[in-house]
Design a protein around this ligand. Structure first.
Ligand SMILES: NC(=O)c1ccc[n+]([C@@H]2O[C@H](COP(=O)([O-])OP(=O)(O)OC[C@H]3O[C@@H](n4cnc5c(N)ncnc54)[C@H](OP(=O)(O)O)[C@@H]3O)[C@@H](O)[C@H]2O)c1
Length: 307
């Protein structure tokens, strides 16, 4: 199956394989120390700062080795204290795969589930898509419903708010994945004040720092971060580099942890959703939710090193 991520990631992932630290499934975030939790401003509910995405990683065939690996990915995630999982009806079969795996292992009650209204126009199409999402995810409600990629935004957000009043959705949000959308999103955050905003942000793509992250913080809007590894490209950029000298002091034992800690060290960020289909990488990603976040000097040093 050819997905956006397989197209973007093949070169960078080959590089990433070469720098992958030796992290085993036992090295999960369930060990000593508290897991980083962040409050959703609109309610005060706390969620873990490390979540997971499903684009690419959950777009697999049922019964394939990749599908079986996802059972361990989810086990590591929930055992390690994760709860937040983001998906979308337009990630080919990701909602079906996630829904089947959560149901099979009786995990729905542990999951803080986010999906989207994506690529639809008008209330009827939006409602039809949402009802399909519930079926595919094998659930009767989701924690977060996000209007994807600024498509038919006001109508779809009104629908999401209607579903929230009916109790089928607990929070509503807006999402995008490129920096060129950030100015429009900053305006919409001020105008519409959704519960959540989902945007891209990473060590090398820091445009969100200019307007949209400060606006969200100011207006009390929770922020979910996608593409924290810039689709995996960050690993290629550090393939011949040592971890920073301050890594041990910051409790960082891999580049993935450094990149994720960079993101959650921004005070406007509520949760980051790295995606992987590999259980050992899931364990690695969760470790970024342990220990201190990065200081301003450590963040600046990371930007200089990664370039
Ligand atoms: N709202 C939107 O418009 C939008 C757009 C894009 C994404 N998203 C959401 O955000 C999520 C994350 O974004 P993304 O998946 O595009 O990009 P990403 O998280 O920046 O990068 C994913 C890539 O990093 C690799 N990876 C993950 N953990 C790793 C680790 N510990 N060590 C080395 N490599 C690792 C993955 O490969 P393996 O799977 O091979 O490990 C994959 O190639 C998506 O899944 C989706 O839920 C939303």
């Amino acid at each position: 199956m050819l997905t956006r991520r397989t197209l973007l990631g093949s070169t960078s992932m080959a590089a990433a394989m070469m720098v992958m630290p030796k992290i085993g499934l036992s090295d999960t975030a369930s060990g000593a120390g508290a897991f980083e939790m962040r409050a959703i401003p609109s309610t005060g509910e706390k969620i873990p700062a490390i979540g997971m995405g499903t684009s690419g990683s959950f777009e697999v065939s049922p019964g394939s080795p990749e599908y079986d690996a996802l059972k361990d990915v989810l086990k590591v995630f929930f055992d390690g204290g994760g709860t937040v999982i983001d998906t979308a009806p337009t990630y080919s079969n990701a909602e079906d795969v996630l829904g089947a795996l959560l149901a099979e292992q009786n995990l729905r009650s542990k999951c803080w589930l986010a999906t989207k209204l994506s690529g639809v126009s008008g209330r009827e199409q939006g409602l039809e898509q949402f009802n399909q999402s519930l079926k595919r995810l094998k659930t009767d409600k989701v924690e977060l419903l996000q209007v994807h990629n600024l498509r038919d935004t006001e109508t779809q957000l009104a629908l999401a708010n209607e579903l929230k009043k009916e109790g089928k959705v607990r929070y509503v949000g807006l999402t995008h994945y490129v920096e060129s959308a950030h100015d429009e999103l900053a305006d919409l955050v001020a105008k519409l004040k959704p519960d959540f905003l989902q945007i891209n942000y990473s060590v090398t793509t820091r445009g969100a720092e200019k307007r949209v992250l400060p606006e969200a913080r100011d207006k009390g809007v929770a922020v979910m971060i996608n593409r924290a590894f810039n689709d995996g490209k960050l690993f290629a950029q550090v393939k011949d580099k040592q971890l920073p000298a301050w890594a041990a002091e910051a409790g960082v034992t891999s580049w993935a942890q450094a990149f994720l800690k960079f993101v959650i060290s921004n005070p406007a960020v509520t949760v980051v959703i790295p995606a992987t289909g590999k259980p050992n990488r899931q364990a690695d990603n969760l470790l970024a939710g342990k220990g201190a976040t990065l200081s301003e000097d450590q963040r600046k040093s990371l930007v200089e090193i990664v370039g």
